[in-house]
Design a protein around this ligand. Sequence first.
Ligand code: NDP
Length: 336
Amino acid sequence: NIQVLLANRPQGWVQESDFLFTETVLPSLMEGEVLIKHLYLSLDPYMRGTMNDAKSYARKVELGQVMRGGTIGVVEATKHPDFQENDLVSGYFGWQQYSIFNGQDVLGRNVRKISPKDGIAPSVYLGALGMPGVTAWIGLQTIGQPKAGETVVVSAASGAVGSVAGQLAKIQGCRVVGIAGGKTKCDYVINELGFDSCVDYKAGHLAEDLARATPEGVDIYFENVGGEILETVSQRLNPFARIPLCGLISQYNEISPQGFHNFGALLTLRAKIQGFNVQDANTNLWQEAINELEQLLLTRKLKYRESIVDGIEQAPKAFIGMLKGKNFGKQLVKLT
Ligand code: NDP
């Protein structure tokens, strides 16, 4: 069983040398245990926070421990009454090829059995129908509360969370503007995901381009990025705007993260900014979100894209690449 351990706590940007590969022999199964062979590992921005010795929205990983991560896998052997061979299961089992569990994952959560509907690929349950999709749904519906005709801006728009948030807002009748890095991603956001417009923040005139794309101001800003982009969008807010604060990926590798400065706009406009963590939502809300997203996917109203690398050896490089925007859609590692 090849595992990836946390070797160092990075100062600033993560390096491949912050990870260590090791191989262990799996013990034989005890009564009540299940052996899963992982099919896919999900690579997510929150993992950067787990590498720090500081409080973040994700609990830290200890040095020498297996990196935390969501996986989808198949039951290979079982001595647990609730699991059968070949069951498909999803849980937080970390950066490794196999795991043994007794009903709960490393977060102490019940492991979810997955029954993919109508040929949906299992990997999708780590993306649009998994944690990132649920994050988009919860942030948009509970904090954003979109109304038809409103303007919604979504940053990291081509990514796992942003792509779902924007498509949901569009389905609810909003005018949706994405922000993404580069023309290829922006073209995808408009032509494939159906956003009304997309601003390429790397083109060098973000404020002007955003102003052009949001002639009636911004009612909801689904925030994934932070830094300059948050500052710039905050100049376009309308009265009573809502900002679901989902993530600040531009700041995760900064030794001195940039704060938010435009509090004056929030006060003047009676706007709301609210952080949230998808893990706070209860099982019923997760299920409600997944059911709705599954229906939208089956009726082709929800699209997604994946960036898949092959083999656990690729995980550190792909993770660092994702933090730099080299991924295009949900970043996954195929393990078998
Ligand atoms: P993505 O699939 O969107 O991948 C990350 C993307 O972030 C990159 O592709 C890149 O897109 C963009 N990015 C990276 N650096 C910068 C930068 N300096 N400026 C602007 N954009 C940048 O990841 P996810 O969809 O998984 O996550 C998106 C956000 O959601 C993250 O902030 C994450 O922490 C947050 N999140 C929060 C959760 C919660 O419960 N609050 C749960 C899950 C995710 P581009 O090429 O366009 O720059």
